[in-house]
Design a binder for this molecule. Structure first.
Ligand code: SF4
Length: 480
């Protein structure tokens, strides 16, 4: 089944009025908003998309988008056909107000649990998790697929050092080495499993633009050309303006591409970040199981399941080119979560065919003192999951962090990984000039287990026959 069906309905204003009157405790205020938005839309069309009309319509767009999520959140325990119909109409209204026209409405919330979606890809994933199938077979076929889709000739990139073939010649593929740069450990959320949660007593830090530039300098001195900016969710300290200023400053000074792993933003917020210079957004759903999601995220803005679920879609609409999905292993049964993530990715790919999809499978090794990992995931399951994603999405980037130990990282790098961080610090301001290996540091989001310096990780990749790249291949940054 196609995940995107062309909308045939128009906005039924009578239905929307009835729906809000029956189900929204703030009916009067919200109905007034919709009436004004409708008028601005009509006026906007009449003024032929004049600048003023567009600005007014855009500000209504953002408020209508928020209203839609507010309603989805308030009703998420009892969502029914009427709710979905209203959500689709509000989304259509948002699309028109934001100048997107009549695109198909967002429907990730329905798609991720629809067994008819991406059935073939899901079957590939399941086959890799079947313990009757020897692990060696799964590894070999994941390796073959990765090589098929990611092998590069050293001559393609002009023989730069970054593209040298390893000693095994053509046996490998290209692997992007990158680093996270933590900007802030302040967070208003209370994710049960996270060391940054509020009000955990950890030393908190927030970087100024100058401090972020110093960190970027250290990373570029190590050879990094792709940096993932990471921050907790603390709107008073880390808003779109804050990120935009840092993104512009780093892009203006260093030849790097940037992605963000931050709280979900509105479509307009993502568009502003794209304008500032990001190419990618990583946004893990953690778990696609709504009840588990509520359990692990009881307070704070992150408790809004639909707002988070559709974050990558908003990012894509805002112009983001690389979309990173993930589930946090350890929270629940990994198979249903991985299946839902595959459906989510298939939906995004169908909707935004020109974007690159990436997957990551972070695994909880330890959490705050009172947190017991409810569903530990063993190494073999993790390996089979990565291989399953490679089979389900042969062209997707598979990303691996330094949460995992060196031996496992090396095995996965030789099997299916195409993007790997090295010598990471999960502490804001945690990189020190001249210190190549990872130091012991308080206040990190999670413990770094693979603490090897960048050179050792690169040597491992080259020994495996891989072509180490530092730049995101399709986005060579502008050098200033
Ligand atoms: S996982 Fe993210 S949002 Fe949740 S407490 Fe940690 S930093 Fe905050």
């Amino acid at each position: 089944m196609s995940t995107n069906t062309v909308i045939e309905q128009n906005i039924d204003w009578g239905f929307l009025e009835r729906y809000l009157a029956e189900r929204d405790p703030h009916f009067a205020r919200h109905w007034e908003l919709l009436r004004e938005a409708r008028a601005s839309l009509e006026e906007n069309i009449i003024v032929s998309r004049g600048e003023t009309g567009q600005t007014i319509a855009s500000s209504f767009a953002e408020r209508v988008e928020r209203l839609r999520y507010q309603l989805l959140h308030e009703r998420e325990e009892v969502l029914d056909g009427e709710d979905f119909r209203a959500a689709e109409m509000l989304d259509l209204l948002f699309a028109r107000l934001s100048g997107q026209g009549d695109r198909t409405p967002r429907r990730a919330i329905q798609v991720v649990h629809d067994e008819s979606v991406a059935a073939e890809a899901v079957a590939q994933l399941e086959a890799c998790l079947d313990r009757q199938r020897p692990l060696e077979d799964v590894l070999a076929s994941a390796r073959r697929l990765t090589r098929e889709h990611f092998a590069v000739s050293p001559t393609v990139h002009g023989g730069r050092e970054q593209d040298q073939a390893g000693p095994n010649g053509s046996t490998g593929w290209r692997v992007l080495v990158y680093a996270p740069l933590y900007l802030s450990s302040y967070c208003v959320n209370y994710c049960l499993y996270c060391g940054f949660r509020f009000p955990e007593k950890v030393p908190r830090r927030w970087l100024t633009t100058e401090e972020a530039l110093e960190q970027a300098q250290i990373l570029t001195n190590r050879g990094m050309r792709h940096i993932l900016l990471v921050a907790g969710d603390y709107p008073q300290k880390t808003d779109v303006e804050y990120y935009s200023e840092i993104i512009r400053a780093i892009r203006g000074q260093f030849p790097v591409s940037l992605a963000v792993e931050i709280a979900p933003q509105s479509t307009a917020g993502y568009a502003a970040l794209v304008e500032a210079g990001i190419i990618g957004v990583t946004l893990y759903q953690e778990t696609y199981d709504w009840q588990l999601y509520q359990h692990f995220h009881p307070r704070g803005p992150k408790s809004h399941y639909a707002w988070r679920l559709e974050g990558l879609e908003r990012a894509a609409e805002g112009g983001v080119k690389r979309l990173g999905l993930g589930i946090l292993l350890g929270l629940g049964d990994p198979l249903p979560d991985a299946k839902a993530m595959v459906r989510h990715a298939a939906y995004l790919k169908e909707r935004f065919a020109d974007r690159r999809i990436a997957f990551s499978l972070p695994r909880i090794h330890e959490g705050p003192a009172d947190f017991v990992i409810p569903h530990p995931v063993d190494d073999e399951t993790l390996i089979r999951l990565y291989c399953g994603l490679r089979h389900a999405f042969p062209q997707a980037e598979l990303v691996l962090s330094t949460r995992e130990p060196p031996s496992l990282r090396d095995l996965l790098a030789q099997t299916c990984i195409t993007q790997m961080s090295a010598a990471s610090s999960t502490v804001p301001g945690g990189y020190r000039a001249g210190a190549e290996a990872v130091e012991d540091q308080d206040g990190g989001q999670f413990p770094v287990v693979d603490r090897r310096p960048v050179e050792e990780v690169v040597a491992m990749l080259r020994d495996a026959g891989h072509h180490v790249t530092w730049q995101v291949p399709e986005f060579a940054p502008v050098t200033k």
